[in-house]
Design a protein around this ligand. Sequence first.
Ligand SMILES: NC(=O)c1ccc[n+]([C@@H]2O[C@H](COP(=O)([O-])OP(=O)(O)OC[C@H]3O[C@@H](n4cnc5c(N)ncnc54)[C@H](OP(=O)(O)O)[C@@H]3O)[C@@H](O)[C@H]2O)c1
Length: 318
Amino acid sequence: MSGRRLTRRQVVAGGIVGMTSLIAPRGAAEAGATATAAAAGTLTLGGDLVVNRMGFGAMRITGPGIWGEPKDPAEAHRVLRRAVELGVNFIDTADAYGPEVSERLIAEALHPYPQGLVIATKGGLVRPGPSQWVPDGRPEHLREACEASLKRLKLSRIDLYQFHRIDPKVPLEDSIGELARLQKEGKIRHVGVSNFDVAELARARRVTPVVSVQNRYNIADRSSADVLAVCEREHLAFIPWAPIARGSSDTLEGNAASKALDAIAHAHGVSVYQVAIAWLLATPAMLPIPGTSSVAHLEEDVAAAGIKLSATELAAIG
Ligand SMILES: NC(=O)c1ccc[n+]([C@@H]2O[C@H](COP(=O)([O-])OP(=O)(O)OC[C@H]3O[C@@H](n4cnc5c(N)ncnc54)[C@H](OP(=O)(O)O)[C@@H]3O)[C@@H](O)[C@H]2O)c1
């Protein structure tokens, strides 16, 4: 990754074309090699859970194809502990990651949990094999999945339980209705949804209050901009997955905004991935959850909480 990061000295020596006139160079210190998640400010989930706006996504601490054990389980434990040390108090996971592996590793590394740590998990996808994800939104499946997550995570209540993806064979009202029942029983504190469009979100909110939406969103893929707008207007958290677009088809490289991104990264003496996270953080409803299997990448990602992009830089990214 450091291949795309330049020191300020290199930037000054090499010069930058195009964007430089728009961007005032800043030092790498500003990126905050030492910045913690708190530098991102906070967001209140469901009116009562205050979390730092820089979260961690625990999907990447499993094996290839998000299947089975990680290559280096000790590093996975270190990543989770380091995230908490760096002030991350919102960790996203799902029963489907591994499956079961991510939730189990979280409990192994962090239980008993520090005060204020919010673990957000999900149900509604089953895994026949590596890289395969099959929706199962039947109420009986969601109940079973939630109860299994409670056990694996060693929790008596899940702070944020997200419906992972709509099952085309099951009306979303039936799936969300079961989460509302689990909430009434005290097994779930707040309900969130994932991979929902605007109309689906409105339908879910007619069944029960929804406090967050987790959709794919990054500089290269803004297809959920309309959902983000609803979240901003209605004070729901928007949790962008694939925040640095490294794990799938669209990438930051070769994108229309990538030239601006490169120039801004050069000017700040940080990586393009850090700028991509800082760009997300510029929207107050946003709670990014960059995912990684390495402590070095985690530290770099969290340090992005300390980068403040100017209005000119934000406009240059578009
Ligand atoms: N709701 C959903 O349907 C859904 C779908 C996908 C993901 N998610 C959630 O969203 C989180 C983030 O999504 P994602 O993991 O797909 O995000 P991403 O933006 O694709 O980034 C993850 C990839 O980037 C690499 N990476 C992370 N930090 C880096 C850095 N500083 N430099 C270079 N490479 C870096 C990671 O590899 P290394 O391990 O080598 O660092 C990993 O392969 C997941 O962990 C999961 O919690 C939700």
